[in-house]
Design a protein around this ligand. Structure first.
Ligand code: SF4
Ligand code: SF4
Length: 83
């Protein structure tokens, strides 16, 4: 547990958030795999990633969808975040 009392959820490197959301700064549409998402599901431009990406942090949803297929994860994210 962190000092703030909140449990920190680690990124599971599933890549779902880099597919599900739209990132206007790089012209990425919702549901489209980001061209900067590497095969190992890490961001190829992490240090220079757009502000639109920086606001997103791993949370309980990442864990909840972890047993689903990649396509199902993206669909759940899009349904919940309405993107
Ligand atoms: S959806 Fe969550 S676990 Fe998956 S890459 Fe994004 S932050 Fe990490
Ligand atoms: S720029 Fe990086 S963090 Fe942002 S959606 Fe693409 S791969 Fe993900």
């Amino acid at each position: 547990m962190s000092q703030s009392g909140e449990t920190k959820i680690e990124c599971l490197k599933c890549g779902t958030c880099c597919i599900a959301f739209d990132i206007k700064e790089i012209g990425k549409k919702a549901g489209e795999r980001c061209r900067y998402l590497s095969d190992d599901k890490t961001c190829a431009i992490y240090e220079k990633r757009p502000w639109g990406c920086r606001g997103y942090r791993p949370d309980e949803l990442c864990v909840l969808v972890s047993t689903l297929t990649d396509e199902q994860k993206v669909q759940v994210f899009r349904n919940i975040y309405e993107v």
